[in-house]
Design a protein around this ligand. Structure first.
Ligand SMILES: Cc1cc2nc3c(=O)[nH]c(=O)nc-3n(C[C@H](O)[C@H](O)[C@H](O)COP(=O)(O)OP(=O)(O)OC[C@H]3O[C@@H](n4cnc5c(N)ncnc54)[C@H](O)[C@@H]3O)c2cc1C
Length: 389
């Protein structure tokens, strides 16, 4: 029976289940709704592959070089409207499709769960655009990506930093045709909480949602709204007024491993990291229009080469590592909300999820500026001391 990583450190990346040659590791939801590996001891042959593929037990090597940091706007406003930040993901995806490649990303299923899927057309890739703030299910995606790579095809695999670490550990080597794209990730909420919230919204709003958008930027990027569209009706509120987003941003129901994430950092195993360039207004006012500005981190030569081909489709400028100070989730894990345990103790039996979230997060959603400045100052000092080493 293999000794997989500690339960609280397991990110659910699924590398162990994907690599098992006997198919005896399945991913099953725990009581909080997060998928975890479950080993069928009777069929396990103790080959040890699952342990070797665990990125927590055996972290893949990081690049030696610091990444190149850029502020970026996709010049096409309709691409940006669909995206969380500056609409960079779709540009990278088109590059891969142009070469006859395959793009992997997180898409809504008809039941509003989120899963990793493959896409070979632009229309299918649009399903990956925009963030889905819950942990997506990897399923067969790593194995499928490996098959395409073995056939010599180009593959763009996008996901959270832990999923990209999992992919690297599963593959065990780099492929010249793989472009691995991760995100700066705050943390992933429980799929069970999301599922319950969607059911509750459907009851309150009177129907099954046709589309759900976590970050509608109709009004602005910084003041983005959550939108559920129903036949003939709509729920659309500022993200601070949406109970699910409130619980997410207050760290009430993130995966335990997100509070001690091993995949955060400036140097990463991905080729490209995508994020919001919070602070764009100050760092590069010429690239701020409140419709979304991306922070792009280029880690590898492959990432830089793909980037070179996009020059005519973007407006961009180099930015310093001060950009990370505006986005602490890049390097620091968040602390669980003090009511996290109480939330999960009451979650299963609660009648009104929104009321429970609001009751347990009475604190303001925006942290006081003094604390924010303290964190930024601390990060700035850390980065400067790293640079001077
Ligand atoms: C759970 C989560 C937390 C995040 N936290 C932060 C943060 O703290 N700071 C920050 O700057 N940015 C964060 N982001 C990233 C940000 O929201 C954008 O996704 C990113 O900047 C890319 O934006 P884009 O405009 O280039 O393209 P978009 O079209 O917005 O990007 C879509 C990309 O995100 C991937 N994606 C969407 N949902 C998921 C998911 N559930 N799991 C895995 N991959 C997913 C898609 O596969 C696709 O690659 C987070 C994203 C997610 C999903």
């Amino acid at each position: 029976m293999p000794a997989l990583c500690d339960v609280s450190a397991c990110s659910g990346c699924s590398a162990c289940a994907s690599i098992c040659p006997k198919g005896c590791i399945s991913m099953a939801a725990d009581r909080e709704g997060f998928l975890r590996p479950v080993v069928d001891a009777g069929r396990c042959v103790d080959c040890g592959l699952c342990q070797r593929a665990c990125p927590v037990l055996h972290p893949p090597a990081l690049p030696e070089q610091e990444p190149q940091l850029l502020a970026v706007l996709n010049s096409d406003d309709s691409d940006r409207a669909r995206a969380a930040s500056g609409g960079v993901f779709i540009l990278l995806a088109r590059q891969i499709l142009k070469k006859g490649g395959v793009v992997f990303g997180a898409a809504f299923r008809p039941n509003h769960a989120v899963e990793h899927c493959a896409a070979e057309t632009e229309a299918d890739v649009y399903r990956f655009c925009g963030p889905k703030y819950l942990q997506s299910v990897i399923g067969d995606a790593y194995r499928q990506a490996k098959e395409f790579l073995e056939q010599g095809r180009y593959v763009l695999f996008s996901g959270t930093p832990c999923q990209i670490m999992g992919l690297r550990s599963f593959l065990g080597r780099d492929y010249p045709t793989l472009l691995a794209v991760d995100l700066i990730c705050h943390g992933v909420p429980s799929p069970a909480v999301w599922n319950r919230y969607v059911r509750e919204r459907a009851l309150k709003d009177g129907g099954e949602p046709e589309t759900i958008t976590f970050r509608s930027k109709e009004k602005s990027w910084s003041g983005y709204e959550v939108r559920f569209r129903y036949e003939g009706a709509q729920y659309q509120v500022h993200h601070r007024d949406d109970p699910y987003m409130r619980g997410f941003l207050r760290d009430l129901y993130l995966r335990p491993s997100c509070h001690r994430c091993v995949a955060k950092g400036i140097r990463r195993v991905s080729d490209v990291t995508l994020a919001d360039l919070w602070g764009a207004q100050k760092l590069c006012p010429e690239l701020f229009d409140d419709k979304g500005t991306s922070l792009v981190m280029l880690h590898s030569e492959k990432g830089k080469a793909v980037w070179g081909a996009l020059a005519s489709q973007v407006r961009c400028a180099p930015v310093s590592q001060d950009a990370i100070g505006y986005n602490p989730a890049a390097i620091c894990s968040v602390t669980p909300h003090p009511n996290r345990a109480l939330f999960f103790a009451r979650f299963a039996d609660c009648d009104d999820l929104s009321a429970l979230i609001l009751e347990l997060t009475p604190d303001p959603i925006v942290k006081p500026p003094s604390l924010y400045r303290r964190i930024r100052g601390k990060l700035g000092r850390m980065l400067r001391s790293l640079k001077s080493k």
